[in-house]
Write a protein that binds this ligand. Sequence first.
Ligand code: NAD
Ligand SMILES: O=c1ccn([C@@H]2O[C@H](COP(=O)(O)OP(=O)(O)O[C@H]3OC[C@](O)(CO)[C@H]3O)[C@@H](O)[C@H]2O)c(=O)[nH]1
Length: 386
Amino acid sequence: MARVDLDGRAIAPMTICMIGAGGFIGSHLCEKLMAETPHKVLALDVYNDKIRHLLEPESLPWAGRIQFHRINIKHDSRLEGLIKMADLTINLAAICTPADYNTRPLDTIYSNFIDALPVVKYCSENNKRLIHFSTCEVYGKTIGSFLPKDSPLRQDPAYFVLKEDASPCIFGPIEKQRWSYACAKQLIERLIYAEGAENALEFTIVRPFNWIGPRMDFIPGIDGPSEGVPRVLACFSNALLRREQLKLVDGGQSQRTFIYIKDAIEAVLLMIENPERANGHIFNVGNPNNEVTVRQLAEMMTQIYSKVSGEAALDVPTVDVSSKEFYGEGYDDSDKRIPDMTIINRQLGWDPKTSLWDLLEATLTYQHKTYAEAIKKAMSRPVASS
Ligand SMILES: NC(=O)c1ccc[n+]([C@@H]2O[C@H](COP(=O)([O-])OP(=O)(O)OC[C@H]3O[C@@H](n4cnc5c(N)ncnc54)[C@H](O)[C@@H]3O)[C@@H](O)[C@H]2O)c1
Ligand SMILES: O=c1ccn([C@@H]2O[C@H](COP(=O)(O)OP(=O)(O)O[C@H]3OC[C@](O)(CO)[C@H]3O)[C@@H](O)[C@H]2O)c(=O)[nH]1
């Protein structure tokens, strides 16, 4: 049966230039596009480990519909040609791990602003549609976080729910280099919006709110650097796999809403296939029903990992660490992130489905199957003496 869009029109097969296709979100989006649509993907990245299962062998049902191009968009003259070959460009490429924002602020700003500039320019000059991945971090801190701790207004959603077209972007001082990422993302959003207003660029901006699931980041010392610090899901998974305590930064009081990657990918597919409803919009994509403090997340993950691995949890599963000790100088944090869902609901009729418990159970089952043996082996190897 022909695929139809939300307005009942047949969807024509398209070619998508996906930059950053080899990352966490890109790998899930490629999987979805191959399994459920007739679209072609030009997959650009410096790595392809997370999409290798889609690229070989040639006998896969989607053979010929996905093509990998090993390209660093910082310096590769093939970029414009690939954007020209496609109907739509999706830009996911970025440095987006908080441990880098304060320790590698220049790389962070270049990656999230300077390197994205040619992508926007080529799309605009060649009249190509662009879906650009920004972040929920552009909201920064909530207005409520500046109220006295005991103010009843802190309970009022007007002071913490984040709305695309109304909430301000509140960052800390320049010396808090944590905000280098959010600020670079904000400026590229403004540039894209201006290209839309002045040069009729057809764009959609996505603001993901903590999408999590299999293949997110890396497990230090197994498929990433031993000293690397991934995002919280991988940090906590790594500790659970190694039977170490989960580190709670500054008491784990910050709050996040987590969404299952598979729910979020459904929203992106709706944007891809409904340009008339998605163009010109900025969309929050998150699950407002899945809010926890980081401490609660640690407790939940500990309980679920014990269930899926069959191993008893540690007697004291968490330990407090200061942000300075964990991330170094210049770290700061978003206090709370609840997405307002009005715009995405109205334009695309989309809502997330998966509870936090269910998404953590699916994800930790994957982490255990994928990494438990490799971790055991790595931990039993004698440490090399210097
Ligand atoms: N995962 C989330 O919850 C989340 C939240 C907010 C924003 N985002 C945004 O979504 C996008 C994708 O995030 P992700 O979680 O998949 O991250 P990721 O790090 O897994 O993926 C990013 C990919 O981009 C590639 N890349 C980076 N620089 C490149 C370059 N110069 N040339 C070619 N490829 C390059 C990387 O190799 C990586 O594969 C990012 O823009 C990020 O800021 C993600
Ligand atoms: O071992 C750890 C690791 C982290 N924390 C704390 O958890 C909170 C969430 O951290 P994390 O998932 O790493 O990142 P953020 O949510 O702060 O930022 C991301 O949000 C979206 C994105 O743009 C891309 O994914 C990125 O910037 C945080 O409070 C950490 O301090 C911990 O306690 N222990």
